[in-house]
Write a protein that binds this ligand. Structure first.
Ligand code: B4P
Length: 194
């Protein structure tokens, strides 16, 4: 199996690149952001709870997100690999993911971290807010809160995988195809050394 995390701040292009990567490598795409938005659209109790956090730019509680990922892994017993997009976002989520994968006798092979300046991120998110109607992208104060949460709670996840020698940085500015090619190089390199 080949399992990777696409990592980076809000608006760094995780969702955009994930769609291309899963097509090329045949990985199962697990985006916690998408899963949570599906729950919100379905107006489920989980979605109602998640919406309260997402509207404020805060993270949804770990136990909710970890439970969601656990059932997704169970739902794909024959998968040849997973691409985790927007997960893990806390060290507790990373530790839980490592345990869930160990139960399946597998592990994370690569964390590819997209690097984008804050100025470019704000531009992308406000732009998306105008077209997608995503409530967390419309308000500059909510976007600012998401950056604070990223620095305090999510950035330490990179250290967790650096310590395991799984961490690679990718310059996340340029055209979508240029960035895609750089991520593919990191993946191919990692796969060759498995
Ligand atoms: P996510 O859905 O994960 O979204 P994101 O971080 O905002 O964006 P992403 O990096 O995927 O950007 P995208 O490709 O779309 O999270 C939303 C919220 O859900 C979180 O704030 C949190 O509340 C909650 N949540 C999710 N996972 C969680 C977890 N594990 N634990 C707790 N809470 C969780 O790109 C953004 C824009 O840039 C797009 O408009 C795109 O078209 C554009 N773009 C992309 N690449 C570009 C490029 N190269 N050049 C120019 N524009 C580009």
């Amino acid at each position: 199996m080949f399992n990777m995390i696409l990592f980076g701040p809000p608006g760094s292009g995780k969702g955009t690149q994930s769609e291309k990567l899963v097509e090329k490598y045949g990985l199962i795409h697990l985006s916690t952001g998408n899963l949570l938005r599906e729950e919100i659209t379905g107006n489920t109790p989980l979605g109602q709870e998640a919406q309260r956090f997402m509207d404020k730019g805060q993270l949804v509680p770990d136990e909710v997100v970890i439970g969601m990922i656990d059932s997704c892994l169970e739902n794909h017993p024959g998968a040849t690999g997973f691409l985790f997009d927007g997960f893990p976002r806390t060290v507790a989520q990373a530790e839980a993911l490592d345990k869930l994968l160990a139960l399946k006798k597998t592990s994370i092979n690569l964390l590819a971290a997209l690097k984008v300046t804050e100025e470019e991120l704000i531009k992308r998110l406000l732009n998306r807010g105008q077209t997608s109607g995503r409530r967390d992208d419309i308000n500059a104060a909510v976007i600012h809160e998401r950056f604070i949460v990223y620095t305090n709670e999510t950035a330490p996840v990179a250290e967790h995988y650096k310590a395991q020698d799984k961490y690679r940085t990718i310059m996340g500015e340029g055209t979508i195809d240029e960035i895609f090619n750089k991520i593919c190089e990191a993946i191919d390199d990692t796969m060759q050394n498995l």
